[in-house]
Design a protein around this ligand. Structure first.
Ligand code: ZN
Length: 232
């Protein structure tokens, strides 16, 4: 069982729906302590259920039964406002603004146990364990392209990213088919605004093509990841 350091935040309210989703974030501040202070400050009006430090310590800020305020304006798989149905975990990392860096093993090992416990407790499906950038493309980048999603996938906790060595034989879908697949995976987009969703998809599922738009390899990766989502 994971051990917690209780650090209660006042920033939560009542849920209106059952928990069936897990959203991962990075803190994006210079230190973990600064992030925790902000997440516990009533004036900030933000919070998360847990914060996982560099060294693997886990702070518990909001009881899981309560709605924490971590995702903001958000959408996934047809649902708006994912705070209502999700548990939010902040992973300490300075992020793109303050010096984005790889996530240490101690931190990821602690996170894996926590995610496993939460997913078992609430029966959260692996298609519903995603990043903040996935539910708020264009507005958020976290936990970002260095986050080791494959390690969660290895434990059956999330959908695996595309394997760059294996996608070359996949078909190359046309533009409209790509948009349909992005939507079916869960991204919010209308036909003219696929750029942000494509970038979020690359950060999570195909970092080698980050920023290259819907190029050939991204389309082939999309085929592979879409298949995993439709048959998890
Ligand atoms: Zn976030």
């Amino acid at each position: 069982m994971t051990e917690f350091i209780d650090q209660p935040s006042p920033n939560h309210d009542e849920r209106r729906s059952a928990i069936d989703m897990l959203v991962l974030h990075y803190t994006g501040m210079q230190t973990g302590a600064a992030a925790i202070a902000r997440l516990c400050d009533p004036a900030s009006k933000v919070s998360a259920h847990y914060v996982v430090e560099d060294d693997g310590r886990i702070f518990r800020l909001v009881p899981e039964q309560r709605r924490a305020w971590h995702a903001g304006v958000s959408h996934w798989q047809g649902q708006n406002g994912v705070n209502d149905v999700s548990i939010g975990i902040e992973i300490v990392n300075p992020g793109h603004e303050w010096g984005y860096r790889p996530f240490p093993d101690l931190q990821i090992n602690a996170l894996l146990l926590l995610v496993q416990e939460i997913c078992r407790r609430w029966n959260i499906q692996k298609t519903r364990v995603i990043g903040h950038a996935d539910v708020a493309p264009g507005r958020k980048d976290d936990p970002g392209e260095l986050f080791p999603w494959q390690r969660l996938a290895d434990k059956g906790l999330s959908i695996a990213p595309a394997d760059p060595r294996k996608i070359a034989s996949n078909p190359v879908p046309d533009h409209q088919a790509c948009l349909r697949m992005l939507r079916e995976i869960g991204y919010a987009l209308d036909s003219n605004q696929h750029t942000a969703a494509t970038l979020a998809f690359q950060r999570h599922f195909f970092p080698p093509a980050l920023g290259r738009g819907l190029d050939r390899a991204t389309r082939q990766a999309l085929v592979e990841v879409h298949a995993r989502f439709t048959n998890p």
